[in-house]
Structure formats: structure tokens, C-alpha cells
Design a protein around this ligand. Structure first.
Ligand code: NAI
Ligand code: 15L
Length: 264
């Protein structure tokens, strides 16, 4: 895979991956609705809306793989989710099909399965139980990926990212945390593997509390190296109220599951 498109390049994880993947491909084409830092060696930047089918078609020209991070990354109105995540992801797959791009790495989310209770250990075949319109859009992306694989042979690794931040911000994230290094190593494996078919993998570091079972994606050979154990003794986590009858504690999606419906 020598030419790689990264969407969402101006976002938090886009910036992290831009940095960690620098120099590893012939070309890293970076795209976002927002402004990006100027292109460095081996980079191109293209500013566009994922909802613009014509622009996305151009974006995918000459690419071997797409790392699709772009979109609305939290709950929002249906109109916003529709354009950025649903139409945007459809445009990415259509552009992949018409431009002969063989593989997509899709930034899915734990919120596609956020209404499962925390005591459940989920694998890749767990039923979708989205906790938000945002989670629904991630489920849509995963199902779209399956369709484009079955019909057109376009491969996808859907990474159900837990919480990828520099550090866990609350007690829940001690279970869902994915370090930036572990995220980057997972993306690299998903691009480098010979064949990936259509695979779902959970993006969490080697944390002491584990909700997710990645045995069905073991062929990727990805091993997280970091662990939230280094943060666990912080009094801010120990002292956090942790009432199991609170939906934000009961369900894997935390606050997304507990929040009300986001109306236009
Ligand atoms: P972010 O919000 O920082 O970045 C998303 C980027 O997408 C932004 O730069 C934004 O400008 C761009 N974008 C939004 N709408 C767009 C549109 N219509 N056209 C073009 N670009 C558009 O989010 P972050 O944290 O970097 O997440 C990246 C991806 O990973 C997102 O798809 C998010 O849903 C997913 N994810 C992230 C998690 C995390 O812990 N950071 C957890 C689970 C999933
Ligand atoms: C996500 O999907 C969001 O993009 C991110 O901002 C966090 O809320 C994360 O999930 C999480 O569940 O912690």
C-alpha cells in the first residue's frame, strides 16, 4: 500500500496519525473540512466536505488505501450526522469502488455497541446496539463496509475505537482507553496485512479491565502495548461516583447511552 488517503486529518486522531505515519507511505494525502498544516514531504492536503460526492471522488484518485476518520465524532443532530457520517462514508466507498481502492480502515466507535451492559464481553459478532444517532452512523458504516466487500471485494477493517486520548479522562476510560501508539500500530497492521476481508476489531489498549474480545481479528497480529494501569491510582478515578443504576455506568457507551435524544 503506497498511496494512502487520511480523512479527518485536522482532527485529534488525524493529527496523531499524520505524525505517526509520516514517511511510511509514498504519498499520504490528507483531507478535512477544516484547515490543516501545510503539506510536508510525501504529503498532499485537500480541504473538502465529505458530503460532496464529486470532491470525494477526486480525493480517492490514485489511492491504494483510505484511513477514514473524518466526520462528526460525537452526538449531533440527524442532519449533521447524515451529511458528515452517513453520506460522507457512502461517498468514500463509492469513490473507493470507482477508483479501484482496495482497502478502507474505518474509524468506527464503541458507540455502535454502546447499549450493551458493561458486564458483557463482546466480540466482533455482538449485535449492534447503538447508544446515539452517532452510534447508528457508525453501525451504518460497518454494514456499508460489509456490502462493499461482498459485492465488490473492497476490504475493510472497522476499528471500534474505545477512547483514544492522551490519557483516560474518567473511570470508564480506564476500560476503554486506546493509547495513540496502540492506535497507530493497529492502523499500520490493518494496512500492511495481506488480506483482511471485512473485519471488526475493538480499539482498546491492554487495560486491566477489558470489555472486548478481539480473538476474531487475531490474524491481524496486533498486540496493544500500553495499559491504563499506569493511571488507575489517580484519586480522581477512585473518588468518582460509580452508581451501577446510573445508565452512564451501566452501559458501555457511558454518557452517550445516558444522554437524551438530540433533536434538530
Ligand atoms: P475529531 O472531531 O477531532 O476529528 C474529526 C474530523 O473530521 C475534524 O477535523 C472535522 O473537521 C472533520 N469533519 C467533520 N465533518 C466533516 C465533513 N463533513 N467533511 C470533512 N471533514 C469533516 O475526532 P477524532 O477524535 O479525531 O476522531 C476521529 C474519528 O475516530 C472519528 O470518526 C470518530 O468518530 C472516531 N472515533 C474517535 C474516538 C476517540 O476516542 N477519539 C472514539 C471512537 C471513534
Ligand atoms: C467516541 O466515539 C468519540 O469520538 C470520543 O470523543 C469519545 O467520546 C469516545 O467515543 C468515548 O467513548 O470515550
Amino acid at each position: 500500500m503506497s498511496n494512502v488517503l487520511l480523512t479527518g486529518a485536522a482532527g485529534n486522531l488525524g493529527k496523531v496519525l499524520r505524525n505517526k505515519l509520516a514517511g511510511q507511505y509514498d504519498l499520504l494525502r490528507l483531507s478535512d473540512l477544516g484547515e490543516m498544516d501545510p503539506a510536508g514531504p510525501g504529503e498532499e492536503t485537500v480541504q473538502c466536505d465529505l458530503g460532496d460526492a464529486g470532491a470525494v471522488m477526486q480525493l480517492a484518485k490514485g489511492m491504494d488505501a483510505i484511513i477514514h476518520l473524518g466526520g462528526m465524532s460525537v452526538e449531533n443532530t440527524f442532519e449533521v450526522i447524515l451529511n458528515a457520517n452517513i453520506r460522507g462514508t457512502y461517498n468514500i466507498y463509492e469513490a473507493a469502488r470507482k477508483n479501484g481502492v482496495g482497502r478502507v480502515i474505518f474509524a468506527s466507535s464503541n458507540h455502535a455497541i454502546g447499549f450493551h451492559e458493561r458486564e458483557k464481553r463482546l466480540d466482533a459478532d455482538a449485535p449492534l446496539r447503538p447508544d446515539s444517532l452517532y452510534g447508528v452512523s457508525k453501525g451504518f458504516g460497518e454494514i456499508l463496509a460489509q456490502y462493499y466487500f461482498d459485492k465488490f471485494g473492497i476490504e475493510t477493517v472497522s476499528i471500534r475505537i474505545g477512547s483514544s486520548f492522551a490519557e483516560p479522562a474518567n473511570r470508564r476510560m480506564l476500560a476503554t482507553w486506546l493509547s495513540f501508539d496502540d492506535l497507530a500500530s493497529l492502523v499500520r497492521r490493518a494496512i500492511a496485512a495481506d488480506r483482511v476481508g471485512c473485519t471488526v476489531v475493538y480499539g482498546a489498549s491492554d487495560n486491566p479491565e477489558q470489555w472486548w474480545d478481539n480473538s476474531k481479528a487475531a490474524f491481524l497480529g496486533w498486540q496493544p502495548r500500553d495499559s491504563s494501569a499506569q493511571f488507575a491510582d489517580d484519586p480522581k478515578f477512585r473518588d468518582e461516583v460509580n452508581d451501577p443504576s446510573d445508565p452512564a455506568v451501566r452501559y458501555q457507551g457511558g454518557g452517550f447511552a445516558a444522554a437524551g435524544h438530540f433533536e434538530d
